[in-house]
Design a protein around this ligand. Structure first.
Ligand SMILES: *Cc1c(COP(=O)(O)O)cnc(C)c1O
Length: 392
């Protein structure tokens, strides 16, 4: 159990800092940096020689943007990946000096922010690379660029079948240093790798043209967590793990591929205890009714913290080493747990919502599975209202 002032000490900078008013909440997310380090080491060893770009977008998948970036920078990560320029700027302002790639599409007005802060920009079309080159020229600087080839996701990037136009434009952009060429899988289905293999083949066909003409070395990368776990031939020069770095598996069948440890636990405390009579409806809309007289406890967390409302009647909680069910609707700031007619719980007891206690455990993967979403969504939903406690 964490003492309140211990929590103040760990709120480190900027993104990861929790405003003082929240610090005394019993609800917090515990981030285990030793798990981050061991997952990073395991991934690094697994990809035998390929570089690792740690994906820290969306507040480090809820673990803290700066906390994760700094931990992995110290551990020797090759680069960092984020979605938006704001995330990159926050890392630069906090003193992170590793290369940072922004995956998202960019607009012309944002380009000086990239170039002035040494942030790698994704060039996803001919007009984008021309704009980047012009912006760099105007600033009298060089821009670091990763060219994006769309091999089947249809998100951003030049189509693989017309990628020569982007490569030619890049070869004619004297103020740009092309440091990478990349793509992203639409699907890595462990039971049918056809789509992924086809995308990989398209990527190879397309990059060959640039490889033959580029005057300096660049990194080819396509694999995120699923690719790096399921398709060794997709490791190429660099991999871009997000989810797996945090010790969470994209798919149950990927578990046997690599041993990873979850880096985040979500905990709270019992703040109310009561006995509910048979047939009484619990929470908004009475989505659950007591089948018999039963004991119900209340936990101070809700969808306003990012504990998804769709976990109503589906979430779980561990109290005194026993697993119980979330019953009724998850409210904005509170939710109820049925501990049964003989369950034991007292105000102040620890409640584990993600993680383990006395051998019982609740995983991000199972929560995601119970509401048919991805583990990513469970993690990134946990918002800034939840203090982060960093364990070293
Ligand atoms: C989010 C993202 C990743 C990381 O994906 P995971 O499934 O979390 O490993 C890698 N590359 C790109 C382009 C992404 O957007």
């Amino acid at each position: 159990m964490v003492k309140p002032n211990e929590r103040v000490l760990i709120a480190e900078t900027m993104t990861d800092q929790t405003t003082a008013q929240f610090v005394h909440r019993p609800t917090y997310a515990e981030v285990d940096t030793s798990a981050l380090r061991s997952n990073f080491d395991a991934i690094k060893a697994h990809v035998s020689g390929a570089k690792v770009m740690a994906v820290v977008k969306a507040n480090g998948y809820g673990h803290g943007l700066f906390t994760v970036a700094r931990e992995l920078e110290r551990r020797g990560v090759d680069s960092l990946g984020v979605a938006y320029i704001e995330e990159a700027l926050e890392l630069r302002a906090a003193g992170i000096s590793s290369p940072i790639l922004v995956f998202g599409g960019v607009l012309k007005d944002q380009l000086p922010l990239f170039i002035n802060n040494d942030v790698d920009v994704t060039a996803s079309s001919v007009s984008k690379i021309e704009q980047i080159d012009t912006a760099a020229k105007t600033l009298g600087k060089r821009a670091r660029v990763h060219l994006k080839v769309d091999t089947g996701l249809e998100r951003i990037g030049v189509h693989y079948y017309s990628s020569q136009t982007l490569f030619d434009a890049a070869l004619n952009a004297p103020h740009c240093d092309v440091v990478g060429v990349y793509s992203h899988f639409a699907e890595v289905n462990p039971n049918d790798l056809f789509v992924a293999k086809e995308q990989l083949a398209r990527f190879h066909d397309s990059t060959r043209y640039f490889q033959q003409r580029a005057t300096r070395p660049f990194l080819r990368h396509i694999a995120a967590s699923s690719g790096l776990l399921m398709l060794p031939e997709s490791h190429l020069d660099m991999v871009r793990p997000g989810l797996s770095l945090y010790g969470v598996y994209p798919h149950p069948e990927m578990r046997e591929r690599l041993k990873l440890s979850p880096a985040l636990a979500l905990k709270s405390q019992v703040v109310f205890f009561k006995v509910v009579k048979k047939d009484a409806g619990v929470s908004y809309g009475h989505l659950w009714r007591a089948p018999h007289d039963t004991r119900i406890i209340t936990v101070p967390i809700g969808y306003g913290d990012g504990y998804l409302r769709s976990l109503s009647n589906k979430g779980a909680a561990i109290i005194r080493g026993k697993r119980h069910s979330v019953v009724g609707a998850v409210c904005m700031d509170q939710m109820m747990v049925n501990i049964g007619s003989d369950g034991e719980a007292y105000n102040g007891d620890e409640v584990v919502l993600i993680g383990s206690q006395n051998g019982a455990s609740i995983t991000v993967e199972e929560l995601a599975d119970s509401i048919q979403t991805t583990p990513h969504e469970i993690l990134v939903a946990l918002n800034q209202r939840i203090p982060r406690v960093v364990r070293r």
